[in-house]
Design a protein around this ligand. Structure first.
Ligand code: C2E
Ligand code: MG
Ligand code: MG
Ligand code: MG
Length: 282
């Protein structure tokens, strides 16, 4: 295409673009290699009932550690994994690992927790997605109601029939669905209603603006009310202060997640956290 723009112009092959592409290719090779050699792992972040402090479950968050001990943040490698399709096998692995951890926690004295797993819209486009979730549940012996799939608003925006059909099949099985980062995209409210999701996940940006004067609390309040009117529960992400927790509880938000309660942790740390956690003293 650069050629068709005429001689002497290299719109698509400027040095910066070349560097950017090479960097992405390098990163993608690294990711594939890390996945193959089991250098990806999961961190577990607690989700709690805001009123009582009771632990409800965890969100599984993907981590990639380099050999030198540095981390590549998910916001950098997840988009690459999506563009390359690598998110499909990686997502499968995340799902199975999270369900397996539920089974481990059941045995080790923390029964009945829920696992929330992030699912990319790319995974939803796979016709065999529902079947692969079924198999993961069967192989780990987990009932469907122990699993929550977090999807972003882009799933709603797409409004694709195939996505709606897959979501319907999942919720009919009793699998829970949460709309992640709610308020940052542009979901159609009527589509949101028809989607039949169980939970609205209020984005961190609204939680952070709670304590500011200019209407941050009003928006959070509106989203919590919207969730209730649509028969969904609400969960706030990125709660860092006791003031935020209290305000959200006052506004009627059901559940929360954030550094105030616990950071995303390796499994052993998460177990220790579960053992030490006392509802009521965040
Ligand atoms: P997300 O699903 O919205 O996850 C919440 C993010 O907020 C996580 O970032 C978490 O570490 C961070 N967080 C939690 N509590 C706090 C807090 O109190 N304060 C602040 N400042 N941050 C908090 P993380 O782990 O970097 O993940 C970023 C995003 O990458 C996730 O956003 C999710 O969209 C994506 N992601 C992570 N794991 C997976 C995965 O297995 N599959 C897919 N498809 N996406 C994933
Ligand atoms: Mg999430
Ligand atoms: Mg989120
Ligand atoms: Mg977010």
């Amino acid at each position: 295409r650069a050629k068709s723009e005429g001689m002497g112009r290299c719109a698509y092959f400027s040095p910066e673009v070349g560097v950017e592409t090479r960097e992405r290719t390098r990163l993608l090779h690294g990711l594939r290699d890390a996945f193959q050699h089991e250098r990806l792992f999961l961190a577990y972040q607690p989700q709690v009932d805001l009123a009582s402090g009771r632990v409800l479950g965890f969100e599984a968050l993907l981590r990639w550690r380099n050999d030198d001990g540095t981390f590549v943040p998910p916001d950098r490698f997840i988009p690459l994994a999506e563009q390359s399709g690598l998110i499909v096998p990686i997502g499968q692995w995340v799902l199975r690992s999270a369900l397996h951890v539920l089974a481990v926690l059941d045995r080790e004295g923390f029964p009945g927790l829920r696992a929330a797993v992030n699912v990319s819209v790319v995974q939803f486009r796979e016709p065999q997605f529902v079947e692969s979730v079924d198999r993961a549940l069967a192989d780990t012996g987990m009932s469907a109601d122990r699993l929550e799939l977090e999807v972003t608003e882009s799933v709603c925006v797409l409004g694709q029939e195939s996505v709606a059909v897959q979501l319907g099949a999942l919720t009919r099985r009793g699998i829970q669905v949460a709309i992640d980062d709610f308020g940052t995209g542009f979901s159609s409210l009527s589509y949101l209603d028809r989607l039949g999701a169980d939970r609205l996940k209020i984005d961190r940006s609204f939680v952070q603006s709670l304590e500011q004067e200019c209407g941050g609390a009003r928006i959070a309040e509106m989203m919590i009310a919207l969730a209730r009117r649509l028969g969904m529960r609400s969960i706030a992400e990125g709660i860092e202060t006791e003031a935020q927790r209290q305000r959200l509880a006052e506004l009627g938000c059901d559940e929360g997640q954030g550094y105030l309660f616990g950071r995303p942790m390796a499994l052993d740390d998460f177990k220790a956290w579960l053992k030490a956690w006392q509802p009521g003293i965040a």
